[in-house]
Ligand binder design. Structure first.
Ligand SMILES: C[S@@+](CC[C@H](N)C(=O)[O-])C[C@H]1O[C@@H](n2cnc3c(N)ncnc32)[C@H](O)[C@@H]1O
Length: 193
């Protein structure tokens, strides 16, 4: 087992033991495939937790041979744990981990963004999307987690992306202790519509 795989396994186990939210391997594998297909230069993640999804996305970036990740977490303790995990997995050089409210932090990102993951409390999805929208590239992939269990809390976001862009819902059976079935929304952003 590589150092990276060992850290990923430890993060997975810690999340399960301490009930720290994370995607789980079924959704994470799908997310990594999306990153690989998109070949993004810059990925932005809202909701780092302790870095599980971030590790999956940078593994995909390493496969494509380019790109980096900016990940934002409001909880200082979790953000520090994530940074430690990124260092241990030897991928810290690919990740800019920021602490703060993503609805505000995203406004400070000036670079073009071609992949966005929304995973930071349902009511934040639409404000985060709006905060980064002017830097999303044409054809950018936008992924929202928990659209099965959290649809009511993100109704503004879902109604917007489903009515304005090519958007599809993907369902997963998971083995997470806290949820057994859930979905992700994948939207292809267009600058002109
Ligand atoms: C579902 S977890 C993220 C899981 C992570 N993406 C993974 O799969 O490993 C949601 C995280 O979003 C954080 N969060 C909640 N509101 C936020 C905000 N406004 N800005 C940034 N992070 C926020 C929470 O503290 C929590 O750690």
């Amino acid at each position: 087992m590589t150092v990276f795989d060992r850290v990923l396994q430890e993060v997975d186990e810690r999340c399960r033991e301490q009930h720290i939210p994370m995607l789980g391997s079924e959704k994470a594998e799908f997310l990594a495939e999306l990153v690989q297909d998109a070949q993004p230069t810059l990925v932005v993640e809202c909701g780092t937790a302790i870095g599980y999804s971030g590790l999956w996305m940078v593994a995909a970036l390493r496969t494509t041979g380019k790109g980096s990740l900016i990940t934002v977490e409001i909880d200082t303790g979790r953000a520090h744990a994530a940074r430690e995990n990124f260092r241990s997995a030897n991928v810290a050089n690919l990740i800019d981990s920021r602490v703060g409210d993503a609805t505000e932090v995203l406004k400070t990102i000036d670079e073009p963004v071609d992949f966005l993951l929304l995973d930071n409390n349902y009511s934040n999805y639409f404000p985060c999307f709006r905060a980064i929208e002017s830097r999303l590239t044409d054809g950018a992939t936008v992924v929202a987690d928990n659209v099965g269990i959290g649809a009511a809390g993100m109704a503004d976001y879902l109604s917007h992306v489903r009515s304005h862009y090519e958007s599809s819902t993907h369902w997963f059976e998971t083995d997470l202790p806290w949820v057994k079935r859930d979905a992700m929304e994948v939207t292809i952003y267009r600058t002109s519509r």
